[in-house]
Design a binder for this molecule. Structure first.
Ligand SMILES: [Zn+2]
Length: 500
């Protein structure tokens, strides 16, 4: 830099200026509005909001909500220094959940034919369920009475006809529809549907709400635990620990007992590892276990309420963004420059609010897993991811029979369906309205609705003190789950080999 400064000062200056300009625009585009939007949510100034992780931000937010509702905040979660699994020293534990899977690679274009080998029985069951699926779309998703639809039978028979053709000619080569089926805000919606809250999870016979006996509040949910533990037995662990304490052995020139308990535990753990390496020829054993946790459906809902309010506010901001975008276009067309500028600014403000909400909303799941969190529950994190993984796996099983899945991620599937698969239709209502229906979406949504509705959701009426089942909140997942996007071309690149 020094040489450049003396030999080519203009070059150097240009470089430096362009750097600053680029930084400014990056800031302007991605940071400025976002930070001030976050400041409207979190009780901190811009500097802190910028520096802190989204988990900390979540916690700040939850504390404010707890304070408002007169709820005592739990202390920060402290992990015990040593944990055991069936008498073995536990090294690490976590849960298993979402994953990404690449099923096929290559270039997929909507104008390049693909081979399909469909399963006739799957198409038959779609035919059998066509009324269930269409009624679900009309009544649950759109909230219209089925009798209001004037062309129901036409649409129905069109769909059935197409499905029958596919059923009778299952082996085919034709151009594909390329679909990305994804579950909108999957993790937050799993939390809401199942009323999952860190403080509502327990494993004991007594529920988190303190109620003994059967009042329907105990919801059993599965998750998969995974732990690494030492092959050495408990007595071998004790012996190792005793050696260090009894002789007060010097470790790195300092007597063992002079270390604080945390460091002592680390030293013992290291010793056990060395011991295992020598005696067992391996330092750890890994085990996966399916576990069931009890989630109370009556526990004070302040956590899910916070998540729900957040999600709904975001939907609102999304709507507002769309609205102002439309206004900006309109003003531009009419040549009203000032109005257009105002509308554009409003679009930016609402969009950044929307993004800030999305960011925090997605952190509510990760937060419960964070070390030292006030509302912490590994079980809950495990339940969320396992439920999501099951949902995606089931959708995949269906897609495998009616098309070809290409790639799975935590909350969606890329897939191809034959072009003769029923796609878009239009329902007409008596009052002259129209409702577009995407059949592949609707049939998956209806399926999710059937399997993932929580029939145990309970709500307390603060006025009467009575608890009742809350049908409306029992299926947040299904009502806005598999939103689809159609794209035309997509290349699937084999995943890179894992980095060491
Ligand atoms: Zn309970």
């Amino acid at each position: 830099m020094v040489r450049y400064a003396s030999e080519k000062p203009t070059h150097m200056a240009t470089y430096s200026v362009s750097d600053a300009v680029a930084t400014y625009y990056l800031y302007d585009q991605y940071v400025h509005l976002f930070i001030f939007s976050l400041c409207t949510l979190i009780p901190m100034g811009p500097e802190d909001v910028l520096r802190k992780g989204s988990g900390t931000l979540c916690e700040a937010l939850l504390q404010v909500e707890a304070f408002k509702k007169n709820i005592v905040c739990p202390n920060k979660d402290v992990e015990p220094l040593t944990k055991f699994h069936n008498g073995h020293l536990l090294d690490a534990e976590t849960y298993i959940g979402g994953h990404v899977e690449c099923l096929e690679t290559g270039v997929y274009r909507s104008d390049t034919p693909c081979k399909f080998d469909l399963t006739p029985s799957a198409l038959q069951s779609l035919i059998d369920n066509v009324d269930r699926d269409l009624t679900f779309f009309i009544e649950v998703e759109k909230g219209i009475e089925r009798s209001e639809i004037t062309n129901y039978d036409e649409v129905r028979s069109e769909i059935v006809e197409k499905l029958e053709l596919l059923r009778d000619n299952p082996v085919r080569e034709e151009e594909p529809y390329i679909y990305h089926l994804d579950v909108g805000a999957m993790y937050p919606n799993i939390i809401l549907t199942n009323r999952l809250q860190p403080h509502a999870v327990s494993n004991e016979a007594t529920c988190a709400c303190g109620y003994q006996g059967d009042n329907g509040c105990k919801r059993q949910m599965d998750w998969i635990w995974r732990g690494d533990y030492a092959p050495a037995s408990k007595s071998e662990y004790e012996r190792t620990r005793m050696q260090l304490t009894q002789h007060n052995e010097r470790v790195d020139d300092k007597p063992f007992l002079d270390y604080d308990p945390k460091d002592q535990a680390a030293i013992v753990s290291k010793r056990v590892k060395q011991y295992c390496h020598k005696v067992y020829k391996k330092t750890k054993e890994t085990k996966e276990e399916e576990r069931t946790a009890t989630v109370c459906m009556r526990e004070n809902p302040f956590y899910v309420d916070t998540v729900r309010r957040f999600r709904d506010r975001r939907y609102n901001f999304k709507k507002m963004t769309k609205k102002w975008k439309g206004q900006a276009k309109k003003a531009e067309k009419e040549g009203k420059a000032l109005d257009a500028k105002h509308a554009k600014d409003m679009t930016l403000v609402y969009d950044s609010l929307q993004v800030a909400h999305k960011c925090i909303l997605n952190s509510f799941y990760g937060y419960v897993m964070r070390k030292g969190a006030r509302w912490r529950s590994m079980e809950m994190a495990g339940i969320v991811t396992l439920t999501g993984a099951k949902l995606i796996t089931q959708a995949r099983e269906l897609v495998e029979q009616i098309g070809r899945p290409l790639e799975l991620d935590t909350d969606g599937i890329w897939c191809i369906l034959p072009k003769s698969f029923p796609e878009n239709f239009q329902f007409k209502t008596k009052d002259g309205g129209k409702e577009m229906i995407e059949y592949p979406c609707c049939m998956l949504n209806s399926d999710v609705h059937d399997r993932y509705t929580n029939h145990q959701y309970q709500t307390l009426d603060p006025k009467t003190g009575k608890v009742s089942l809350d049908e409306e909140r029992s299926d947040e997942l299904a009502t806005r789950s598999l939103a689809t996007k159609t794209t035309h071309n997509r290349t699937f690149i084999p995943p890179p080999s894992p980095t060491p």
